[in-house]
Design a protein around this ligand. Structure first.
Ligand code: HEC
Length: 165
């Protein structure tokens, strides 16, 4: 248990060591919410797509394990999702460059997504499947929010809708 927490903490710190913690949580208020297509070098784009395919698959597994109340496999899948990120494929120098091209809002959304995956692992470790499924739902909302903001050139129907009442 303790070792797992240390590993999770280390992963989080390593993943985001180049990101300023001072960034506030207000990046995506209603006035700033507009699409910003990512301009990524081809190799980075390819890795991102691979990452997306992997997490899509793992999210399916995770749902099944949560609804079965399978703590061991849920925890494993949630941690795998959390560990699926660009840093697996690039060295530190390359990562620093990538961090500079990625919009801050994107990094924040990605960070939140990975932290929520870790929180799912912590919840199922104590058999708290109610919390786990709520967090799972937050994760799915992150998918759509990020795609609406950073991938809607690609996914044309994902437009941020304003209420017109
Ligand atoms: C922080 C931002 C972010 C989050 C969070 C995110 N995605 Fe993505 N995803 C992207 C971007 C950007 C692209 C499109 C890249 C492009 O322009 O081709 C993408 C592409 C995809 C694709 C298309 C892959 C392909 O075959 O080309 C799938 C599927 C996908 N995401 C699934 C998910 C799922 C499922 C989740 C949540 C569990 C998720 N994504 C969360 C940013 C995100």
């Amino acid at each position: 248990m303790f070792l797992k927490k240390v590993i999770i903490a280390t992963v989080i710190i390593l993943s985001f060591s180049t990101i300023s913690i001072a960034q506030t949580m207000q990046t995506h208020d209603s006035t700033s919410a507009k699409s910003q297509q990512l301009q990524l070098p081809e190799n980075v784009h390819a890795v991102l797509i691979h990452e997306m395919t992997t997490i899509t698959h793992l999210m399916g597994n995770l749902l099944e394990f949560i609804v079965r109340g399978d703590a061991i496999n849920s925890s494993r899948a949630a941690l795998e999702i959390s560990n699926t990120n660009l840093k697996q494929e690039f060295n530190l120098q390359e990562l620093k460059k990538i961090m500079k091209i990625l919009p801050k809002g994107f990094i924040k959304m990605d960070q939140k997504f990975h932290m929520t995956a870790n929180a799912v692992a912590n919840a199922v470790d104590t058999n708290d499947f109610k919390t786990a499924i709520n967090l799972y739902s937050e994760m799915t909302q992150s998918c759509v929010s990020c795609h609406m903001t950073y991938a809607n050139n690609r996914f044309k129907n994902l437009k941020i809708k304003r209420k017109s009442k």
